[in-house]
Write a protein that binds this ligand. Structure first.
Ligand code: PLP
Length: 459
């Protein structure tokens, strides 16, 4: 059994990020200014982001070097292990080989520090001393709090009120790394104050918290905004995952992977694992690449491709993406990190170009897969990651039904140690499934009707 975990020596940590925009058949269409509707340029983003990150956002260079200072921090937990899930294979009785890349060993317990560290570094180098961000369940906030601590930056986190109430330990984790955490909507911003006036009991949403963090950063010289997913530079920073996996699969003697699976909230862990393989696919490899999402927030499978805002208060640029509408508030499923109305423009464009496909699952099916995984492989997955496990198990079943043996790879984006309440509900049979009624989606989509339409969108 010695070969079930494939580790790379520290010296094999990737030295550059892989930029899919060098190889993709169609680049994503440009973001538009929320006021003028015109394509935005680097200067429009300068109040929010340091120039290094803005240039990465628009770069088409294939390989972008990772600074030594970033590698130094990443090497605390990278390279991450690739596991062959032999016990899971035996449990489901498949003839296929299932591999998973485990990102739960980072200090914050997910893939998110891969980009948090890079973003904190570039901000510190540009002379910013403070970062503002939002967090839903707390994974992104804790990743950024850790990264800010590593580079001596202050960190202000607007945490969605309901999670602030229900997930105190993620908040304490952020505070342990020195961040200031407030419940959103908060009294600290115009966006927060106006919502609290209308609805003093507001549970908050990711869209509201983004509005607060953007306003905070836009109104202070010393502060940048930091986003944990969706943007091109975030997906870029996550490509260390897929590049390591390519080397590890070669070490395992796999000459070609057949299926790659990742769960999608904003698209960053999926992109991080999948984009290097999308590059292989564009070069001719035959790979099925599957993005999996919750049926309760079915952005890729049921949301149209459209220009939309990233936030509720309509402060962010308009980005071309699959979206359920900026005022869509998804049901309170436990995979909090997958409850976002939009998805990365890069992932959206790859779906339009048929280089990837998407599947949506209900949360009881995902928890069933998570339990099979935990009981065979031992690691308790984050509820988000359980969507990737379900996708990989389904792919193995399809291969068995067609009498083939395939090599299947998925991203185990994080551990579920802070999600025991969700597991408890599942184990007690009290977890609800939500299939969104079509009227609910149509209602939410009315919010984007007046916005400009990207090319390739249905009229
Ligand atoms: C945040 C999070 C996700 C979803 O975000 P993406 O940007 O789509 O990756 C998935 N898994 C875990 C463990 C997360 O913390």
């Amino acid at each position: 059994m010695a070969d079930t975990k494939i580790v790379l020596p520290d010296s094999e940590i990737p030295r550059s990020w892989y930029n899919i925009l060098a190889d993709a058949p169609h680049p994503p269409q440009p973001p538009l200014h929320p006021g003028t509707g015109q394509p935005i340029g680097p200067d429009d983003l300068a109040p929010l982001f340091p120039m290094d990150l803005i240039l990465q956002e628009v770069s088409t260079d294939r390989a972008i070097p990772i600074p030594d200072e970033v590698l130094d921090v990443l090497s605390v937990w990278r390279p991450t292990p690739l596991h062959r899930a032999k016990r899971l294979e035996r449990e489901i009785g498949t003839a296929s080989r299932i591999y998973y890349k485990y990102e739960g060993g980072s200090p914050a317990g997910s893939h998110k520090p891969n980009t948090a560290v890079a973003q904190a570094f570039y901000n510190a180098r540009a002379g910013r001393t403070r970062l503002a961000t939002e967090t839903g369940a707390g994974q992104w906030g804790s990743a950024l709090a850790f990264a800010c601590q590593a580079f001596g930056l202050e960190c202000k986190v607007y945490m969605v009120n309901i999670s602030y109430q229900q997930k105190p330990y993620r908040r304490v984790m952020m505070e342990t790394w020195g961040a200031q955490v407030v419940a959103s909507p908060s009294p600290d911003t115009n966006a927060g104050r106006s919502i609290r006036e209308r609805d003093p009991e507001s549970l908050g949403s990711l869209g509201i918290a983004i509005s607060e963090a953007v306003e905070d950063a836009a109104t202070r010289e010393d502060t940048s905004y930091s986003l944990g997913s969706v943007l091109n530079h975030v997906l870029l920073h996550q490509t260390v995952i897929g590049q390591e996996a390519q080397r590890q699969l070669a070490l395992a003697g796999e000459t070609g992977i057949d299926v790659v699976v990742g769960c999608v909230g904003g698209g960053s862990n999926f992109g991080g694992l999948a984009l290097p393989f999308v590059g292989d696919k564009i070069a001719g490899a035959e790979i099925e690449i599957i993005a999996t999402e919750p049926a309760a927030c079915p952005t890729l499978t049921r949301g149209p491709f459209a220009y939309d805002f990233g936030d509720t208060a309509q402060l962010t640029p308009l980005v071309p993406m699959h979206t359920l509408g900026h005022d869509f508030v998804p049901p309170g499923i436990h995979a909090g990190g997958l409850r976002y109305h939009g998805v990365a423009p890069i992932v959206s464009q790859l779906l339009l170009d048929d280089l990837i496909r998407a599947e949506a699952y209900t949360q009881n099916d995902c928890f069933a897969a998570a339990l099979r995984f935990a009981r065979s492989e031992g690691i308790i997955p984050a509820p988000e990651s359980s969507h990737a496990i379900k996708g990989a198990i389904d792919a193995a079943k399809r291969a068995d039904e067609s009498g083939t043996s395939q090599a299947i790879l998925f991203n185990l984006s994080g551990h579920g140690h802070f999600d025991m309440a969700a597991y408890e509900s599942y184990l007690h049979g009290s977890l609800e499934d939500f299939e969104l009624p079509e009227e609910e989606i149509q209602r939410a989509l009315r919010a984007i009707e007046p916005l400009p339409k990207p090319a390739g969108a249905p009229a």
